[in-house]
Design a protein around this ligand. Structure first.
Ligand code: DA2
Length: 264
């Protein structure tokens, strides 16, 4: 199994997250001041996504990434490979994402001096507390919603990227850096626009363990959220997700393509 796509995915994920860091810091109320937790999680997950995607395409079309410009895979194959990458990345992402959501939802950073200390002191303390209170399965709370979010939307991600690259590049040629940047940016936006409704539900299910709020399942969470707050609830965070998605994914794809190209 070729591993260079995993390595390129790791490096490009790390570069993307450096750009996304200011957005994440705003979203996370300053809890991700350090870079070690995001690098360990997002870059690793990006490595799984791009590595699995490329190897799934190799299995489906018998073409390596070097041959794919001359023999482009069908969009159906791109979609299936993207969904496979999305499915597997969701499982790797689940514990990290749970920790992120739990830290993000702590209200303590806004608290006044003299108020009680935050429930979680940081990512490691958060993971250990969830493990103690809810057992190992607790770390995978919301994993199903994450899988449902990431499987089709990562298919859409790679199809959008390929489609935009092919539309703006003569047949058989390598897309220019500008094309890769724009296609990568719009691929990120397309994936986040479609992912946002399930992103909202996933976060609610992940918080359920903490807030003692029991949902009977994904559907129950969707229905009761929509009943109580209206359909607009499914689009919370859409603007910041999209604003973050463009630069992060433009740089992710550009560095990924450049690394693979420079390694031959
Ligand atoms: C859940 N969705 C929509 C995605 N994972 N989309 C792919 C973008 C990945 C990139 N690291 C980012 O954080 O934007």
């Amino acid at each position: 199994m070729p591993v260079e796509e995993f390595v390129a995915g790791w490096i490009s994920g790390a570069l993307g997250l450096v750009l996304g860091h200011p957005f994440d810091t705003v979203k996370l109320l300053g809890f991700f001041k350090g870079m070690s937790f995001p690098i360990a999680s997002i870059a690793l997950v990006n490595s799984v996504l791009f590595g699995v995607y490329s190897n799934a395409l190799l299995a489906l079309t018998a073409t390596s990434h070097r041959q794919r410009r001359a023999q482009p895979p069908s969009y159906t194959h791109v979609f299936i490979a993207g969904c496979t990458g999305g499915f597997l990345q969701a499982y790797c992402l689940a514990p990290f994402d749970l920790i992120k959501v739990r830290l993000q939802n702590q209200t303590e950073p806004r608290a006044q001096p003299g108020s009680p200390p935050p429930r979680y002191r940081g990512p490691v303390h958060c993971a250990a507390s969830i493990f103690q209170a809810e057992g190992p399965r607790g770390l995978f709370r919301g994993a199903w919603a994450l899988t449902l979010r990431d499987t089709p939307t990562l298919g859409i991600y790679f199809v959008t990227y390929e489609w935009l690259c092919r539309k703006s590049t003569p047949d058989g040629q390598k897309p220019s850096s500008a094309t890769v940047l724009v296609a990568g940016g719009f691929a990120g936006i397309a994936s986040w626009v479609t992912a946002t409704p399930l992103d909202v539900i996933k976060a609610r299910m992940q918080m359920a363990g903490l807030k003692q709020r029991a949902y009977r399942g994904l559907l129950d969470c969707m229905v009761s959220s929509a009943r109580q707050e209206g359909l607009g609830v499914f689009f919370r965070g859409l603007t910041i997700n999209s604003a973050r998605a463009f630069p992060v994914n433009a740089v992710t794809f550009l560095s990924y393509e450049h690394l693979l190209h420079s390694w031959g």
